[in-house]
Design a protein around this ligand. Structure first.
Ligand code: NAD
Ligand code: UD1
Length: 358
């Protein structure tokens, strides 16, 4: 059991991870500015954990921006004065839309990169040296090898990906591991950092009470299909059926958000137990699924015909992105349990129970 700061913890992946962390008896402080989330997600996450009578000591909320140095420092100081210093940070906070990052590159660099520098500075100042960071498979760009191993070339294709790759480099500098090309590199300055590269997180908590709540028109496949199935959008546009894949549509490694949440717990435990290190892991299932296969699975779960049209390829898309997950299994002993049907069923349950989101 540890005292954790969960930065960006009200968001899609953060809110699900809070449940898993509470179930492990961690005490959590969520720090979020709610720029892309709702406090309702946290109220619900709290009720979904196995812990009864959650007090403010076990779960509390700080509304703030990671770029607000004064407020961020005050949160670390508050818990030092309570003699229960923050022992680790799980860092989900950031902006994540590829399309938007082309329009507002300044804003993406400011929130993602400056925000992370600020957070690391606050951690350093208060002697908190354990961080789990949300990175993304987007940093691999067009992969030269599939399944993609962690040591594949890093070649981001958009401003969002550039910010993630830059933060990864920054974190390796902080851990004193800049020149090592290792998945598990020793840090000689006391830092314990995990850089987790998520593939395609989808689905929702099995209760249907929390899930992904995109603002405006969704960009990603799962939220988009959900909105077609519920009748908010007329038809799914499939971005190309001439990719070099088994059915011509793009293939991705979709991972259930609750499996991803468990992956964070496993990575955190590994950091606590092991010597100072910089750990870099893919979190995916290692299985590829095409757009058509997702569509068919949705039709089965919803018992609805989902209209679609084939349109031209989307800028920046690649044919296939599948994780090599050998290392996550070997090092943190984690492997996803849920399959495509669970992902579709749970995201649909969330969609029909909350047609307008939170
Ligand atoms: P999300 O937008 O749902 O969650 C991010 C949270 O961070 C939100 O609650 C938002 O309000 C908060 N936030 C944003 N800027 C902030 C700031 N300046 N200060 C404080 N809080 C701030 O996104 P998510 O899907 O839960 O993703 C979490 C992390 O994982 C992000 O860093 C994202 O880049 C990364 N990631 C996500 C995916 C994905 O497909 N969802 C894939 C790969 C990586
Ligand atoms: C996208 C981002 C990626 C980001 C991830 C999570 C791009 C190029 N990539 O990944 O950087 O980390 O989201 O936020 O934007 N598809 C359709 N129709 C749709 C939506 C998607 O056919 O309306 C297809 C895509 O072409 C792709 C697959 O579905 O083959 C998955 O797309 P998506 O859910 O957007 O994820 P990624 O493209 O993998």
């Amino acid at each position: 059991m540890a005292r954790l700061l969960v930065v960006g913890g009200a968001g899609f992946i953060g809110s699900h991870t809070c449940i898993s962390l509470l179930n492990l008896n961690h005490k959590i402080i969520v720090y979020d500015n709610f720029s892309n989330s709702s406090p309702r997600a946290l109220e619900r996450a709290k009720n979904l954990s196995n812990i009864k009578n959650i007090t403010a000591d076990i779960f509390s909320l700080k509304k703030g921006d990671i770029r607000d140095e004064i407020y961020l420092n005050s949160v670390f100081e508050e818990y030092i004065s309570k003699k229960e210093p923050i022992e680790a940070v799980i860092h989900f906070a950031g902006l994540k839309s590829v399309q938007e990052s082309f329009i507002k590159p300044n804003h993406y660099w400011d929130v993602n990169v400056n925000g992370t520098i600020n957070l690391i500075k606050a951690m350093q100042k208060h002697n908190c040296k354990v961080m789990v960071f949300s990175s993304s498979a987007t940093i691999y760009g067009y992969p030269d090898k599939v399944p993609i191993p962690e040591l594949a070339t890093i070649n981001p294709l958009n401003p969002y990906g550039n910010t993630k790759a830059t933060i990864e480099n920054f974190l390796s500098d902080i851990a004193g591991c800049s020149n090592t090309k290792l998945i598990k590199a020793t840090s000689n300055n006391g830092w314990k950092i995990a850089r987790l590269r998520y593939f395609n997180p989808v689905g929702a908590h099995q209760s249907g009470l929390i899930g992904e709540d995109p603002k405006g028109m969704p960009n990603n496949l799962f939220p988009y299909i959900n909105q077609v199935a519920i009748g908010k959008i007329k038809s799914l546009q499939i971005f190309g059926d001439n990719w070099p894949t088994h059915d011509g549509t793009g293939v991705r490694d979709y991972i259930h958000v609750m499996d991803l949440a468990e992956g964070h717990c496993a990575a955190l435990e590994n950091l606590f137990l092991e010597k100072p290190q910089l750990l870099t892991l893919n979190l995916g299932t290692g299985k590829g699924t095409s757009v058509i296969q997702v569509l068919k699975a949705f039709e089965k779960i919803t018992d609805k015909k989902i209209p679609y049209e084939i349109v031209s390829r989307r800028n920046g898309d690649s044919a296939i992105a599948i994780a090599d997950v050998t290392m996550a299994k070997k090092i943190i002993n984690w492997k996803p349990k849920k399959g495509l049907e669970d992902m579709c069923r749970d995201s649909w349950r969330w969609q029909i129970s909350n047609p307008s989101g939170y």
